[in-house]
Design a protein around this ligand. Structure first.
Ligand SMILES: Nc1ncnc2c1ncn2[C@@H]1O[C@H](COP(=O)(O)OP(=O)(O)OP(=O)(O)O)[C@@H](O)[C@H]1O
Ligand SMILES: [Mg+2]
Length: 381
């Protein structure tokens, strides 16, 4: 099928029969009590006559389950927690509302990069956007902070390297577009694991690289992390002063990357841990107005005393990524608390030539959760 309209027609018929078969039970008067309208980026479902069905969350879940698999691979059904109704004002009362499902036409294809020059920063109107998949973007000026969770070997550090390359280029482009260049280094990378690839990428981008000195005590690393975060807060304060005179000023974007987030507070004592959390809180709560971003990867985003950050701070991540070939309520509980079992089962993770490498789920802050495939990062050295 080459024509979008043909695809839409064919899939409309498929949904029609799947819904009739799945929701109809034994009641053969059911057919056509449900109306549907499929377009390139939306599916509307409404009731045509007073019926035993109501447009509630149960029906939404049932329909989402049906359409997620029936529409694959022609469309991706974006998951939005809760109920989204659209008014149909010109219709009689029984049909005056429709359930709305946002769709993406085609599956999201994985990006591939093989060199530091392979950047994916685009202009989206007046805003700059970093592509995370083909036709799927992160807009740092709208969703300033990023959280990435996976178990060990899940692809966190590799994804951080991809982001570091693109954040660097984002920052340069924002200056070109008029952001004030106060000579700050756009990249700060905090790497408790001293990952050789992350180190190489950081140094090639001339970023600030903070790493543990294994000949010194564990406390000395958390001290150096806190010192670095403090200097970013000082920058934020200098920018705040400047904003008093130039209220509309936009500054060069600064991205603070933290790998293995949960391991850092674990290295400190109660005192250093408190300081670390407080610094993170300030950056996550206030940084956005001064073009300061946090990009944090961690095996866990548990909040509180034994966790990676405070529960308040965790709420500040607009972009959230869970890299896992199987999503369950256990691994989704920190970043995607809103996902229940039904919703998780409706998110279809697909594989490509790279298998389950770096697959999972993502939200870029637009309110939707979709399946994710991290960019494939080839030999960068
Ligand atoms: N997007 C990717 N592109 C290419 N290779 C990848 C990608 N993601 C993961 N890999 C491969 O998987 C390995 C583990 O990935 P990575 O080091 O990024 O995971 P991690 O979550 O940081 O693991 P760790 O817990 O060991 O720090 C990498 O060395 C690389 O070979
Ligand atoms: Mg790692």
């Amino acid at each position: 099928m080459d024509n979008v309209d043909d695809v839409i027609d064919a899939y409309s018929r498929l949904i029609r029969s799947a819904i009739d078969a799945q929701l109809g039970d034994t009641d053969n008067t059911f057919n056509n009590t449900v109306g549907i309208q499929l377009t390139k980026n939306k599916l509307l479902v409404w009731l045509n006559e007073p019926s035993t069905l109501i447009l509630n969350i149960d029906l939404k879940n049932k329909l989402e389950q049906i359409i997620s698999s029936v529409l694959y691979p022609a469309f991706v059904v974006k998951h939005k927690p809760g109920l989204t109704l659209i008014p149909r004002l010109e219709q009689p009362p029984e049909s005056a509302r429709a359930l709305a499902f946002d769709l993406h036409f085609g599956i999201y294809e994985r990006l591939r990069i093989s060199s530091l020059k392979d950047t994916n920063v685009f202009s989206n109107g007046a805003k700059l956007a970093i592509a995370l998949m083909d036709d799927y973007y992160w807009i740092p000026s709208l969703s300033p902070h990023v959280a990435i969770q996976s178990t060990t070997r899940g692809g966190k550090t590799t994804f951080l390297r991809y982001l570091a390359i693109n954040c660097h280029s984002y920052s340069m482009l924002s200056v070109k577009n008029g952001a004030l260049d106060d000579e700050s280094n756009p990249l700060v990378i905090i790497d408790p694991k001293l990952d050789p690839d992350l180190r190489t990428t950081t140094l090639e981008l001339d970023g600030i690289y903070i790493y543990p000195d294994f000949t010194k005590s564990e406390n000395s690393f958390i001290d150096s992390v806190c010192l670095q975060l403090k200097s970013v807060i000082d920058l934020m304060q200098r920018r705040a002063l400047r904003k008093k005179k130039q209220p509309n000023a936009k500054f060069k974007d600064v991205f603070v990357f933290i790998d293995e987030g949960i391991s850092i507070p674990a290295m400190g004592n109660t005192n250093t841990k408190t300081i670390h959390f407080r610094l993170l809180d300030r950056l996550l709560l206030m940084g956005a107005s001064f073009q300061i971003h946090i990009v944090m990867a961690s095996q866990s985003f548990l909040a509180g005393t034994n966790g990676a950050l405070s529960s308040q701070a965790r709420l500040e991540f607009g972009v959230k990524v869970l890299l896992a070939s199987r999503i369950n309520t256990e691994n989704a509980q920190f970043l995607f608390k809103e996902l229940d079992k039904d919703a998780i089962n409706n998110l279809i993770l697909d594989e490509d030539n790279y298998g389950t490498l770096g697959v999972g789920i993502i939200t870029n802050g637009d309110g939707n959760i979709v399946p994710f495939k991290a960019p494939f990062v080839g030999e960068l050295r």
